[in-house]
Design a protein around this ligand. Sequence first.
Ligand SMILES: *Cc1c(COP(=O)(O)O)cnc(C)c1O
Length: 398
Amino acid sequence: MARDSLLPFALPDIGEEEEREVLEALRSGWITTGPKTKAFEQQFAERVGAKHAIAVNSCTAALHLSLEAIGVSEGDEVITSPYTFAASAEVIRHSGARPVFVDVDPITFNIDPALVAKAVTPRTRAIIAIDIAGLPADLDAIGAIAREHGVRVVEDAAHAFPTRYHGRMVGSISDFTCFSFYATKTIATGEGGMITTDDDDAANRCRVLSLHGIGRDAWKRQNADRPWFYEIVAPGYKYNLTDIASALGLAQLRRADAMWRRRREIAERYNDALRDVAALQIPADSPDAQHAWHLYMLRVQPAQLTIGRAEFIQELRRRNIATSVHFIPLHLHPYYRETYGYAPDDFPIAVAQYEREISLPIHTRMSDADVEDVIEAVTAIVHAHRRDATGAAASARA
Ligand SMILES: *Cc1c(COP(=O)(O)O)cnc(C)c1O
């Protein structure tokens, strides 16, 4: 039996606490970067165990500033995975450097450290490792390669809050960690991001570059002897986060663990229901990690089904279940194909996994009944389109 209303793929979870915080910001008279942002930065740094947290208006800005703080520029190379969103690689271009893709691990979708090691050249300045779905990349191996070659690690943790790797919070491990608070992410401020780092100089540089390269921000100027005075020390950017957004962030941060537990509960229910379905592959997890479960990346086994991934998604939509696909590998997109001459089979694992992937809804505004609707729809579609052992369509026997 199909649902009578569409289950959204993702929804922000905004309640009374968020409303109260935002109202307080609105009524305070200080709506851009100010006391709420300072508090959000301090509490976020404490939560992940980082020395510094710099709030910015997106994870894309966070990634860009991290590369700028490292000093990545024209002629440099930055190694990353094609299995990611646009942001992870476009920032490499913003810094004038060349994105060097390497393929992923077929189980986790995360960058393969052995291939990273082979891709390092004298021009390599940084490695951008993405924690896909909220499962951390192989940070020990990547960190060791980076130290060996004197390059820095920028972790794209857009999916990875709250996440642990060998007991440590993501945000306290890599040279730079970049988080996203985009509307669909695990904590949401509409648009927003955070850089965490233990490097004092880099933190200062990110902070200065986030607001026009001005030495001190407007809120701090309020308290100075000469509030009108400022100095431009670099051609910076306009990447600061507003206090309206930070107000949302403060409330979301307080609820982050409860929201994470609910997402984990949904993931475990999906896993239990779908683990033994031969036509499906449930997402990877790791005993060494705390998975954030930002995404539930299911894979179909095409050989076991008479329909492809696209038809599977259409069938789910017909049953009022919205889904998504993560990710169309970057090297398949016209810009990267045409600029760097990449061909689809340059990264065969990324392409093979992409072609089988369907992201199921996993968010805290889903009820238990919604979760069961998804399971019922997925299993019904598998049942209706199963291929038997001889390769014939199950329905052909009927
Ligand atoms: C969402 C996302 C980003 C960008 O986040 P914004 O805050 O929207 O800039 C970067 N990397 C990955 C992997 C993402 O999913």
